[in-house]
Design a protein around this ligand. Structure first.
Ligand SMILES: Nc1ncnc2c1ncn2[C@@H]1O[C@H](COP(=O)(O)OP(=O)(O)O)[C@@H](O)[C@H]1O
Ligand SMILES: [Mg+2]
Length: 389
């Protein structure tokens, strides 16, 4: 900045002298001008800052306005008991209950409801898989239970504190550790366990400052798979009673996904005693789930254990379709854009979905998941971990 000041002074004096032969460089002219320049230095610097801040203010203002004019959600739509231990004790068995409920993303009753006639009871400690085609309403079901959707009829009850990991990983502009802790106290043992369960140990070794590495805006210096795992780690760290996990394994490759399921989500994982609702499009984990919920076109078509469902010819067809669609998706994932293809050539073992080298963004997954969620008309600042109920 001081350099600029000298340059400005020199250019101004040169222009002054060259502009007319009558112009003389006297001490009076020189010193008065220098004083003026020095006084102008700070305001000029502030003008550039101010322009930047004004633009930011305008953008934030538009966003906040859109948020504030949204219709209010009915806080009574979901009956929640998370603080009153008495209610939890007398209703110990149940975690979630939904009875003949219909939900919509829009308050306009002329628009058909997204989820219809939902009946679902989930007991404490159960692992429930939600499967269905893309757009069938899996994510909407989680949002509905969390009270994010308009309830048109029916009953929803939740007993316990909830944590939510959204389909689109949500990363804050702070260090990786802070992203996981999310304002909670650091508990070394628990933290290490979660890092290991989310298969983040290797990533922390590669990142320039380990878990102190600052993560850029929207997780710019993390790959899609890394973001998904950090987001899951954050949800895990919350120590809640009920976990809503919206397809957390879709952005990681099969082997890493299997490990995460085993160490974190599955019957032997960290969350083994918690109630877990896992949206997934992978059929590999279904036989380890206590209950499978099949959704099609906004309604629950089948519920049951894996063996029961696989023996049912109607559901076998659904599973087959899912298997095919996930295979197609995997094939699509192999179509690596030319620039990413070059990156992948370097490492033979770099997996097809989780381009985990730090600093690389797995844009395929980012775009795949953003298609539905970017509509978020009523998304109400969806926070993908702790939902205070
Ligand atoms: N935040 C949202 N705002 C408005 N509509 C949404 C939102 N999320 C999902 N939807 C709509 O709900 C329907 C079901 O989508 P979704 O629940 O995301 O399906 P899935 O998770 O099974 O792929 C779609 O028609 C989608 O457009
Ligand atoms: Mg979804």
């Amino acid at each position: 900045m001081y350099q600029t000041f000298i340059e400005v002074a020199m250019v101004t004096f040169a222009t002054y002298l060259l502009a007319s032969p009558k112009n003389q460089m006297t001490p009076q002219v020189a010193f008065v001008s220098l004083t003026l320049f020095s006084q102008l230095r700070v305001p000029l610097f502030m003008i550039s800052e101010m322009i930047g801040l004004t633009v930011q203010t305008m953008i934030s203002n538009t966003r906040l306005k859109t948020f504030f004019v949204e219709e209010e959600l009915d806080s009574e739509a979901v009956q929640r008991e998370n603080s009153n231990a008495f209610f939890i004790i007398i209703n110990f068995e149940k975690s979630i209950e939904v009875q003949t409920a219909t939900f919509s993303w829009d308050s306009d009753r002329n628009i058909p409801a997204t989820l219809r006639n939902i009946d679902l009871t989930i007991n404490r400690g159960q692992l429930v898989a939600v499967v269905g085609k893309v757009g069938s309403g899996k994510s909407s079901l989680l949002s509905a239970i969390l009270g994010e959707m308009e309830k048109r009829q029916g009953y929803v009850g939740i007993w316990g504190k909830c944590a939510y990991s959204s389909q689109q990983a949500w990363i804050q502009n702070m260090s990786l550790r802070k992203n996981i802790l999310f304002e909670h106290e650091y508990d070394q043992l628990r933290y290490k366990q979660i890092i290991d369960a989310c298969e983040l140990t290797r990533d922390l070794e590669i990142l320039p400052h380990g878990d102190y590495t600052e993560i850029g805006e929207k997780g710019i210096n993390l790959s899609g798979g890394q973001k998904a795992r950090v987001s899951l780690a954050r949800a895990l760290y919350q120590n809640s009673d009920i976990y809503f996990l919206d397809d957390p394994l879709s952005a990681v490759d099969a082997i890493v996904g299997e490990q995460i399921f085993k160490k974190a989500i599955g019957p032997e994982g960290i969350l083994k005693d918690k109630t877990r609702i896992l949206v997934t499009h992978s059929l590999n984990y279904l036989n380890e789930c206590d209950l499978i919920v099949v959704i099609n076109d906004g309604t629950i078509t089948h519920t049951g254990k894996y063996q029961e469902l696989i023996d049912d010819p109607n559901v076998a067809d659904v599973f087959k379709t899912l298997q095919q669609s996930s295979e197609v998706e995997d094939d699509e994932d192999d179509e690596i854009p030319p620039e990413m293809d070059d990156e992948n050539k370097d490492g033979e073992e770099s997996d097809k979905s989780d381009v985990s080298a730090p600093g690389k963004i797995n844009s395929r997954f980012v775009s795949r998941h953003s298609t539905v969620h970017s509509r978020g008309r009523k998304s109400r600042m969806t926070v993908d971990t702790e939902v205070s109920l």
